[in-house]
Design a protein around this ligand. Sequence first.
Ligand SMILES: [Zn+2]
Length: 386
Amino acid sequence: MTIRFMPIILAVACVGCLNLQQRTPEEATMTSLRNAYQNLRFPKSEYGGQAQRPAWWLCRPEEIADICLGVKKGRCEVIGQTTAGFPLFAVFYGQFDDGGPRQSSWAASSSSDAYECYYGKPEKQTIVWATGFHGAEPEGVVATLNMIQLLETGKDLRGRSYPKLLELAPQFRIIFLPCVNMDGRAISQDHLQGTDKVTFRKACQGEWLDGQPIEWRESKRYFPLPLERVRHPGGYPNADGFNIMHDATPGNIRTPEARAMLALIERYAADFFFNGHSCEGKPFMIMPSEINYQVHVERGLELADAVNARLVEADLRSGMPKKAATRTINFNNLVSLTSGGLAMSNELNSWADSFDDMIEPNFIIMEVILESALKKPLADRAALVR
Ligand SMILES: [Zn+2]
C-alpha cells in the first residue's frame, strides 16, 4: 500500500515545491502573516470598537501589509519577525545607500576624535517614525498608513492633502514602521471609541483570570506579563507577554521587535525616533527623559513644547502640559545610545470625538518636527560630543 501510493505522494509534493518556488516575495510575506495567527495564544478581543470604522481606518495586520507591500515611490522591507511570526514592515523614503557595516559604533566614535567614523556625513537627517508599540492603540498605525498614502499619491486615504508636509518630507530620509507590535495588534479591536475606563484598561493592559482589569502601572510589575494568569493580555504586550516599550535593558533585549528596530536605528544612524502611542486623554507630546544627553533633553523639551502649543492652537487639547523632563526609562533611551539620535513619544486620544481627530495630531507633530529640524538639527552630533 505504502509503496503503491508513494509516486502519487511524491508528485503532489513536487507540485507543492514548484508552487513555493513560483511565489513572489510579497506572496511569501502574506503567507507568513496568515500563518502567524496560528501562533497566537489568545483570540482577538471583543472589547469596544463597536461603532463602524470609516473605510480609511486601516489597522488590521493584513491591511498594514497591503499598504506597505503596495508602495511605489517608497521601498518596503521586512526588517524582522515578531514573536508570533508576523512580518515587521518598514517603508523607506529617500536615498539609503549606507547599508553596509560602519567603521565604528556611535558609542566608540563619539568618544573618538571623529564621530563621523560612525555617523558619516549624511546630506539629510534620518527620521524613524514608529507607531503601534502597543497593539490596542491603533490610532498611530492608521495615521502612519495615511501618511504613507500621502507620500505615495499626494493625498491620504481620506483624500486629504497636506501640502506643507509634502514639501518638507523629501528634505529628509524617512523610515516608517507602521506597526511595531503586530502580535498585540492582531488580538486587538479596530478602535476603542466609546468604551468605558474599565473596558479600555482590559483592552490595553489586559484582564486577570478573575476578570479584574490589569492597571496601567500594575502591568509594569511584570516583564513579561504572566500569560497563564490572564484571561486576555490586552494589546499591550507581544505574544510572549513583553511590553516592547520597556524592552530597554542593555545586553538583555528580550524581543525580536526591539532588536530589529535597534539594528535599523544603528544601520541608518537615525537622527530622530518617533515613538507613537494613544491613551484615553487628550493628545500630547511627552517630555523627554532626563536620562539622556543634556543637549537632547533641552532640544526635546523645546520640540515637545512647540508640538503641544500647535495642538492647543488646533483645538485638539486645552492647556499646555508642564515643560519638565521625565525620569522614564524605555526604548527611547536606547536610541540615543545606539545612534546618538533623539527619541520622543506622543499620545493620541483614543476617545476623541471623531476618527479624524484621533489621527490628526500625528500630521501636526510630523510637520512641527520637520520644520524645526530644517532650522536646527534634531540631533546635533557635534554639540553632543563637545
Ligand atoms: Zn502605548
